[in-house]
Each structure stands twice: as structure tokens, then as C-alpha cells.
Write a protein that binds this ligand. Structure first.
Ligand code: FES
Length: 164
């Protein structure tokens, strides 16, 4: 079953890439790369994107949503202009990344992955980003913050023009 209109809204170049997957044996095994192609283009997966992937690959819509929901790297909302990435790998976790993550959510008044009302910020986590000696680590727009404590969060946000 599908959710949306018959009109394709995916860009033509994306439709062409996905059509390459159609008709292959077990086309549902191409679901992950297909969803990655769409997410790379749009930054997230909307219901309509999922519907179009289902139709283009001739895979049931429920199967597409099941796969997309299973993997943490798929987003269902557009990220904010500044995506705040908090490493929650083991080294960062044991040094308090969870409290840093919660403080960002509290300061911005959002849930994980949910953009702020002005669309400027969103908060997400990542596995080890390869800077364990600097744990806990926060990355925003290629800028890396080291040894971050919850009380550093307002100053970090201020670097990107945020004021409560
Ligand atoms: S666990 Fe965070 S940088 Fe390695």
C-alpha cells in the first residue's frame, strides 16, 4: 500500500538511479542503497520519498518503512541549518556525552533530530568520530569541540548565533 499521489516528486536524476535497481533479482536488497541515495540528495526521508522508493523498486511500502526505521542513519525530518553532532561512542559516553546531549536538547527545546522552530539547529548523535582523547566531542559545521561539559553548551550555541 502506498501513501501519496501518483506524481513523482523525486528529482529526475534520482528517479533514474533508483530505476537501475528495479527488476534486479531481489530488488528489496537494494533498499538501503536506494534510501541512502534519496537521503543524500534531500537530507532526510519524507513519507512521500519512502512511497516513491517503494513504487520505483516494486517493493511493498511497509517493507520500505520497516527498513528505513530499523537503521539509525536514516532521518525522517530535515536537519537544522546547523546540525549539532554529539559523539556517543564509548569514550565519550563514559565521560558524560549523555548529559551534554540532554543539555543541548534542553537549551534548544527540541527532541533528538527535531529542528528548532526557526530551522536553525538540530541535535543528533554519532558513533565514535575518531577523537577519543578529546572526549566528549561535539561537532558543528566541521568545528570540533573537545572535552565538552554540559555548562559549555550555551557558549557553543552562542558561537552559532543562538541566544535563548
Ligand atoms: S568515542 Fe567519541 S570520539 Fe571516540
Amino acid at each position: 500500500m502506498s501513501c501519496c499521489s501518483e506524481e513523482y516528486t523525486l528529482k529526475e536524476k534520482i528517479v533514474e538511479k533508483l530505476q537501475d535497481f528495479r527488476g534486479r533479482d531481489r530488488s528489496d536488497s537494494y533498499l538501503i542503497p536506494a534510501l541512502q541515495i534519496v537521503q543524500e540528495e534531500y537530507g532526510y526521508l519524507s513519507r512521500q520519498h519512502l512511497d516513491e522508493v517503494a513504487r520505483l523498486l516494486s517493493v511493498p511500502y511497509a517493507r520500505v518503512t520497516g527498513v528505513a526505521s530499523f537503521y539509525q542513519f536514516f532521518n525522517f525530518q530535515p536537519a537544522g541549518e546547523y546540525e549539532i553532532i554529539i559523539c556517543t561512542g564509548t569514550a565519550c559516553h563514559v565521560r558524560g556525552a549523555g548529559a551534554v546531549f540532554d543539555r543541548f536538547l534542553e537549551e534548544l527545546g527540541v527532541e533528538p533530530e527535531e529542528p528548532t522552530e526557526d530551522g536553525k539547529f538540530s541535535v543528533t548523535d554519532a558513533r565514535c568520530v575518531g577523537a577519543c582523547s578529546k572526549a566528549p566531542v561535539v561537532i558543528i559545521e566541521e568545528k570540533v569541540y573537545s572535552h565538552v561539559a554540559p555548562d559549555d553548551v550555551p557558549d557553543i550555541l552562542a558561537d552559532f548565533g543562538y541566544s535563548p
